[in-house]
Design a protein around this ligand. Sequence first.
Ligand code: SAM
Length: 278
Amino acid sequence: MDLWFTEKQLPTVGLSCRVVRTLEVRQTAYQHLAVLETEPWGRMLVLDGMIQLTVADEFVYHEMLAHVPLVAHGQARRVLVVGGGDGGTVREVLRHPEVEEVVLAEIDPEVVEVCQRHFPETAACLDDPRVRLAIGDGIAHVAEHPDTYDVILVDSTEPVGKAVGLFGESFYASCRQALRPGGLMVAQTESPFYNPQLIARCHVAMRQAFGNARLYLAPVPTYPSGLWSFMAASLGPDPSVPAGEAGGTPSGLRYYSREVHRAAFVLPPFVHALLQGE
Ligand code: SAM
């Protein structure tokens, strides 16, 4: 039988691929979860009908979410990942030897458990002694940990359900309080083609909380429109500038490099315009 999965990305647009096998389907306390073996993307994690990762292209998203702020900071010792229960972002953070502890604040323990079984390439790292799992709402975790982290990475689902609050000014202000001097935060902020208003709102909110906000872009083929955005705010270092020497940058990466880091902050005019509310 020829089975297909379609993510309805817009009311009139979908991304479809062939399903070779269904590995897991369940309703958790927070969301509908599926793990599919697909062609051509390989294993895929789907939450509430939306693709969260595929083994074929997750490296772009996870490398760009983690290495841009960590390399810009240069000496982060404590890092918080909010969401990110698949472990891909934590895996990238652990490539930095200066990091002593990574806390994963994921609301849904079933995402972690399912990913540990089906996605060893991203989730095996969660057994690393430098990783601490903090199962619970990331919003509460951030509020309860002032002056704690050097870098905060918001690896959230789309702004629905429990993730809505991760895209607002009060959460960004709370992140600012949770950062140590010279700290940075980055949040995934969806597609400039399909979510321009959300990006514009997050930009205003982050600037209100931090006094600055910088957007950068990367291609993620299985995310809506294929072009993804990340928003960075800082208490010191310029997020667009890789710190230190090239030798201190993790090696063996497939998308991130110091050149890609700088280039990702060069925005096309239509993205500049949406940040200026035009
Ligand atoms: N890379 C993905 C993307 O952009 O589509 C995100 C992947 S990760 C699986 C997203 C995680 O955020 C989910 O596992 C979800 O349970 C978690 N999440 C959503 N809201 C949260 C909250 N308020 N606190 C902590 N985790 C949250």
